[in-house]
Design a protein around this ligand. Structure first.
Ligand SMILES: Cc1cc2nc3c(=O)[nH]c(=O)nc-3n(C[C@H](O)[C@H](O)[C@H](O)COP(=O)(O)OP(=O)(O)OC[C@H]3O[C@@H](n4cnc5c(N)ncnc54)[C@H](O)[C@@H]3O)c2cc1C
Ligand SMILES: *[C@@H]1O[C@H](CO)[C@@H](O)[C@H](O)[C@H]1NC(C)=O
Length: 528
């Protein structure tokens, strides 16, 4: 090895070891947090016990330290907590205990106790991730941020510190009296934590980028329990990784979000009948391609078959109280069977969209992208109809397919502040993002539903490839457990994410002790 290379290698090595020393002492770190590990019941003879007995020790010790912030399985409040998940799959997971931290230091202690006892954990913000284990963990410690709901302006009100126990409606409601908003979710009960760490598509994406592109800094609890603030100027690598890297790098205890001025908006949805569908597809593709002309516009076009009839639903928004924005002229010519568009506050709009997404059903989100192309949209829709037909007999099945556009302006905005982890290139845009999201009620049908979408995706991916329109990007927040999200960011970004994880989390705490959701290596599950 030549000298320069050797120096470089040792410098890299020193850097990657400096965050958590090889001889990191968990007991000592807990003491520094004010927790005496030797007083923890059963902890002394944990050595080679199973995760389950580790978890009884972990939960007992957290109970001793935190009292009412811990709710054990079977205790009062436990069942209500389960019902706070959106999907039935997550609701049916039973953690050994539920932890309600009130501050970052509590979260730090939980991570250290998990390491000491080898008891796995999961973290929940709004609980809208659909598959089991994404934000709840069987037999482990589930952390809920429910008691961390701060929304605190900076002096200038240019930024706001938002804690992860918030759902979007709460955030927007807190901000609206100051006539400002932040770039976040479009449905009231979705959480700040999951949406923002996975990317975050908002009504304002064309103008400002995704939620993760509008975070000034993250307060994050790392694997060694150290609490850092990651921004463009400190821990910049971690800051980049948190912009789309999901739950792989730490638990975010506060998001410093940029605000922007916002009054009332124009928006809502329109129900369209089958004869209007071709015009709707035209209007959708036109707007997707022309979005740079007026970045205040947003759209989602969804399809469903209800009682044997084909319907489309157009969700349209404009970031001003203007019902006649020229960018929507093609859309506004299409006659709707029902028109629920009006002038609303952002919080009101998110509430309107929430009523179509009830809690407690079986859910499966899937997503694929391709280059935006009208003929391909028609192909995808026909494949969807054909595959839907094969499962239409499933009890209580509702099977919507939603289309969005990852526009060129969105991708350009992703480049601000050092860029994000998603690897979306404006010169390859605009992209069509499509998202089947079936719901049903009987677990016995899970396999048929998922196979139907898998079959649909095999066909649509092959066709996009054949037409030269393929894109491998998989949006984390819409991904199914059978999809490898991080690999879809490209091999260079995946390697960079893994090296950042090695630096901040050398013992792979967030890979192994927090096993749920999209990890750095591989899809969460295989369709057998
Ligand atoms: C009805 C509905 C509407 C939606 N609307 C939108 C939309 O408008 N735009 C959009 O982009 N997506 C949307 N989504 C997708 C949504 O972004 C994802 O479901 C997202 O995971 C939800 O976040 P959550 O906090 O509610 O979920 P959770 O299930 O609580 O969390 C999801 C994942 O994020 C992790 N996580 C949560 N908080 C933190 C934290 N503080 N630090 C580190 N990791 C954390 C969790 O551990 C988990 O792995 C929607 C989903 C649904 C069901
Ligand atoms: C870790 O720290 C604790 C508490 O300070 C100490 O008692 C113990 O000896 C340390 N363990 C090692 C291996 O250094």
């Amino acid at each position: 090895m030549n000298v320069t290379l050797a120096i470089f290698a040792s410098a890299v090595c020193a850097l990657s070891q400096s965050f958590e020393p090889a001889n990191f002492n968990i007991t000592k770190a807990l003491l520094d947090n004010g927790v005496e590990a030797s007083a923890i019941p059963k902890i002394s003879d944990l050595a080679d016990r199973s995760a389950f007995s580790g978890c009884s020790a972990a939960c007992a010790s957290l109970k001793l330290t935190f009292g009412s912030k811990i709710v054990a399985e079977g205790a009062s409040g436990y069942d209500d907590f389960s019902k706070s998940y959106w999907s039935q799959q997550q609701e049916q997971v039973s953690p050994n205990c539920v932890f309600y931290p009130t501050k970052a230091l509590d979260v730090s202690t939980m991570v250290l106790v998990s390491r000491l006892t080898k008891c796995p954990f999961a973290a929940k913000s709004g609980g809208h991730a659909s598959f089991a284990g994404a934000s709840n963990i069987e037999g482990g410690i589930t952390v809920t941020f429910q008691n961390m709901k701060g929304v605190t302006f900076s002096k200038t009100k240019k930024t706001v510190d938002v804690q992860p126990g918030n759902v979007w409606k709460d955030v927007y409601t807190s901000l609206q009296s100051d006539n400002v908003a932040v770039v976040g979710g479009r449905v009231a009960s979705v959480g700040v934590g999951g949406l923002t760490t996975g990317g975050g598509i908002s009504f304002f994406a064309n103008e400002l980028g995704w939620a993760c592109d509008n975070i000034e800094s993250y307060e994050v609890v790392t694997a060694s329990g150290v609490i850092v603030t990651a921004s463009l100027s400190s821990y910049a690598d971690l800051y980049w990784a948190l912009r789309g890297g999901g739950n792989n790098f730490g638990l975010v205890t506060s998001f410093k979000m940029r605000t922007f001025p916002l009054g009332k908006m124009w928006g809502g949805d329109r129900v369209l009948l089958e004869p209007q569908i071709p015009a709707a597809i035209d209007a959708f593709v036109t707007l997707g391609k022309n979005s740079a002309k007026d970045t205040k516009a947003a759209q989602i076009l969804s399809f469903a078959i209800l009682g044997g009839e084909k319907f489309a639903f157009a969700q349209l928004e404009y970031a001003e109280p203007n019902a006649n924005a020229p960018i929507f002229s093609e859309w506004n010519k299409i006659s709707a069977a029902q028109d629920n568009i009006g002038i609303f506050t952002l919080a009101e709009l998110t509430e309107k969209l929430d009523v179509v997404s009830p809690f407690g059903l079986r859910q499966s989100f899937w997503t694929q992208t391709a280059k935006l192309d009208k003929d391909l949209v028609n192909f995808i829709l026909n494949v969807f109809y054909e595959e839907h037909e094969k499962v239409a007999d499933i009890k209580d099945l509702l099977n919507p397919l939603s289309l969005q556009v990852i526009t060129v302006p969105q991708m350009q905005k992703m480049r601000q502040n050092g860029g994000n982890a998603l690897n979306l290139d404006p010169s390859q845009g605009p992209l069509l993002l499509f998202n089947p999201a079936p719901t049903w009620t009987d677990a016995a049908d899970d396999d048929r539903v998922n196979r139907m979408i898998d079959a649909m995706f095999k066909r649509t991916a092959a066709e996009a490839e054949k037409r030269g329109l393929a894109s491998k990007y998989i949006y984390m927040n819409y991904g199914s457990k059978y999809q490898d999200v991080i690999a879809s960011y490209g091999s260079a970004n995946k390697a960079r994410l893994k090296s950042i994880a090695r630096k901040y989390d050398p013992k792979q705490v967030f890979q192994k002790l927090q096993p749920g959701y999209f990890k750095l290596e591989g899809a969460p599950a295989k369709l057998s």
